[in-house]
Design a protein around this ligand. Structure first.
Ligand SMILES: [Zn+2]
Length: 70
């Protein structure tokens, strides 16, 4: 009996979230977080690195100082 109530409550919450569009909003927020970390390609070795961790020199971007100096 209690189990049925819990399942019903869970389904009701899911339905409520679906109809109020909250599920869509959550998905959007997740996507924005992923997009916020801009990945750029290293000019030397071709591996991808987060823009904040990249080394910039001469208008190019590198994954590390050793790639920049290579
Ligand atoms: Zn590199």
């Amino acid at each position: 009996m209690l189990f049925k109530l819990v399942v019903f409550g869970f389904v009701a919450i899911l339905a409520y979230m679906f109809f109020t569009g909250k599920l869509g909003q959550l998905a959007k927020i997740k996507k924005q977080k992923i997009d916020a970390t801009n990945m750029i390609e290293c000019e030397t070795c071709g591996s991808y690195v987060a823009e904040k961790d990249a080394v910039h020199a001469n208008g190019n971007s590198y994954c590390s100082k050793s790639c920049r100096d290579a």
